[in-house]
Design a protein around this ligand. Structure first.
Ligand code: PLP
Length: 319
């Protein structure tokens, strides 16, 4: 059975919901839930590789930080969420899977004000081998320009992985797919290149990497990891404003994210790129890193990004 065709509410397995494991089909919420009406929810996207969730602690940190940005507090410790994230994979017999923690405001109050709502948390896991079609990965995916720009940081809590920020992503990605593209590239409010609907973006020029400054969109954990891996191998990384007019000056382009991992880009609208050596070497290095077994001093679930000294991760995420 092609799992992609099975609705997400009608599968076998277990979902961690508010502190206990529930049979998958019973993990439900009421239609008058605050989060459904007012987007008061934050989530994470993680990947388990060979029994270990990559950068689990950074993801959990971001989940808590996202909740704080949406003015609510997750009623569990980070350690409990880390443990539950790993346990939900084990309970469903996964060693390689995608993991989705989500926290949201409940149904005690249904108005813009939400001070009396209870906070709920669920964690689910499912098999999700590749974000983009495998056949398209080698020649690179095709991007078009997105229908919407990212809001500036003074117009939305842009550092949060908040469900409300994905409204413009879904609209943009739907239009892209209807027109035969794999994804859409979003600009910021000043017209600079920002990110796609679910990934951060990198360009290559003369052996150096160029990537937009992540100040109005998610500073992805994969983005931080790739910057570290590149610098570690002597590649210069420029984090800067990038104008769409610069596209012809870049030789390679790739996008990164937990779900998409490192995905070569073959086209942005009319601009063509040939996936090349730097893209493929970083892709390979990332794929090795996420599968690295924990060092002896590490406790279960600690992210490999920490081990390689991914300095930008922790301070930025918990700032
Ligand atoms: C909009 C957006 N940008 C960037 C990313 C990449 O973030 P990360 O590498 O932390 O998965 C994601 C994925 O979570 C995303 O949804």
């Amino acid at each position: 059975m092609n799992l992609a065709l099975v609705p997400f509410d009608d599968r076998d397995g277990w979902i961690w919901l508010d502190g206990a494991f529930k049979p998958w089909r019973e993990a439900k919420l009421h239609v008058l839930t605050h989060a459904l009406h007012y987007a008061s929810a934050v989530f994470e996207g993680e990947r388990m590789y060979e029994g270990r969730i990559f950068a689990l602690e950074e993801h959990t940190e971001r989940l808590f930080r996202s909740a704080a940005l949406l003015d609510f507090e997750i009623p569990y410790t980070k350690a409990a969420i880390n443990r539950a994230s790993t346990e939900v994979c084990e309970r469903n017999n996964f060693s390689d899977c995608y993991v989705r923690p989500i926290a949201w405001r409940g149904s005690e109050q249904l108005s813009v004000s939400a001070l009396n709502t209870r906070i709920h948390v669920a964690i689910a896991a499912w098999a999700w081998p590749k974000y983009f079609d495998e056949a398209k990965l080698k020649r690179g995916i095709r991007l078009c320009w997105a229908a919407y720009h990212r809001p500036p940081a003074n117009a939305a809590p842009t550092a949060a992985k908040a469900v409300g920020l994905y409204m413009i992503c879904t609209i943009s990605k739907n239009i892209a797919e209807r027109n035969g593209y794999e994804d859409a590239l979003m600009l910021d409010s000043d017209g600079n290149i920002a990110e796609t609907t679910g990934t951060n973006i990198f360009f290559v020029r003369d052996g150096a990497l160029h990537t937009p400054i992540a100040d109005c969109f998610l500073d992805g954990i994969t983005r931080q990891t790739i910057i570290h891996l590149a610098r570690e191998s002597g590649v210069i990384v420029h984090e800067r404003r990038i104008r769409p007019e610069e596209l012809p000056s870049f030789s390679e382009c790739f996008v990164v994210g937990t779900a998409a991992e490192v995905t070569p880009v073959g086209e942005i609208a009319e601009h063509l790129f040939t996936p090349g050596a730097l893209t493929f070497s970083l892709k390979e290095r990332y794929e090795e890193l996420v599968r690295q077994p924990p060092a002896p001093h590490e406790h279960v679930g600690e992210g490999a990004a920490l081990r390689v000294g991914c300095e930008p991760c922790s301070p930025k995420l918990s700032a």
